[in-house]
Write a new protein. Structure first.
Length: 296
């Protein structure tokens, strides 16, 4: 099997379909790169894009998409429910086949230098590419969001890993990293009390004593007038979907709140869904080889 890398950049635009399409076209323009999925959320004002290909091709597609996003998205005007700090907020590289995590770290460094040297966009390196322990966790990297980082970027603790201590005038700053596959998972609640969602997020977040490989926030979905627990499942094997869902449901019940439903943003490993089906259906001796599509 040929070397294959996945890239899942998050762009700070989820409302203007024409802008999103122009960014996607930059990914499509690179021969050898396959656009697998994209998802846009108006309330979050954010789009998550997934593509794969050979390492060099994926780096080129990411660069072109970032360049286009910098032209079309102005962080001075951006508002949305999801934390953000740049027109292209984060760019993770994920090893899929015949590629190591170290290879993805190298890609992150190469792209980071390119973004600064060619586009003037400063870069934080995060997750496995982090050069400082406090920048391994994206939540700490993005603390204060665009507005806060703009005020603090000259402080030693907030200086970029690549580039000068200043934000790009429209594109802000971008985090580039390397990580294993994660599942972006949201759970909607039948309440407009965002404080309840924040308390539930604290209960499951690893940094607060919850699930070790879970990151979570409580936010408001304005157009639906409901609170949401938005979650990054950084390792579904140590924190399965069903266990996180049940915990959120039980925590919500403490406040007299019900779960309306949940959603997966972007792609997910099939094994995460199979083990969820095993749990809720109480399947015995089930094998993923029994999934029809796995045999075709």
């Amino acid at each position: 099997m040929a070397p294959l890398v996945q890239c899942v950049p998050n762009f700070s635009e989820g409302r203007r379909a024409d802008v999103i399409e122009k960014i996607l076209n930059e990914v499509r323009s690179v021969e050898g790169v396959k656009l697998l999925d994209y998802s846009s959320d108006k309330s979050h004002n954010r789009s998550v894009v997934t593509f794969v290909g050979a390492p060099g091709d994926v780096k080129e597609a990411a660069y072109r998409a970032v360049k286009k996003a910098a032209e079309l998205i102005n962080m001075e005007e951006h508002l949305g429910g999801h934390p953000r700090m740049g027109a292209t907020d984060v760019i993770p590289f994920i090893p899929i086949s015949e590629v190591t995590m170290e290879d993805c770290v190298s890609l992150a460094n190469e792209l980071g230098k390119l973004l600064w040297e060619e586009l003037g966009i400063p870069v934080y390196l995060y997750e496995e590419a982090a050069v400082r322990p406090d920048r391994k966790n994206l939540a700490w990297v993005r603390k204060g969001q665009y507005e806060g980082i703009k005020q603090e970027i000259t402080h030693e603790s907030r200086r970029p890993d690549i580039g000068d201590a200043r934000l790009h005038h429209t594109a802000g700053i971008t985090a580039v990293g390397a990580r294993p596959p994660l599942i972006a998972y949201n759970i909607n609640l039948d309440t407009d009390n965002v404080d309840i969602a924040k308390k539930i997020a604290n209960a499951i977040r690893g940094s607060k004593g919850g699930f070790r490989d879970v990151k979570a926030l409580g936010i408001m979905i304005e157009e639906l007038n409901i609170a949401q627990v938005t979650i990054n499942m950084c390792d579904y094997k140590t924190a399965p979907l069903y266990r996180v869902f049940e915990t959120v449901k039980n925590e919500a019940a403490r406040y007299g709140v019900n779960v309306l439903g949940s959603e997966i943003v972007g792609l997910t490993p099939v094994d995460a869904l199979i083990e969820t089906a095993e749990y809720y259906l109480q399947l015995e001796d089930f094998s993923k080889e029994q999934v029809l599509e796995k045999r075709l």
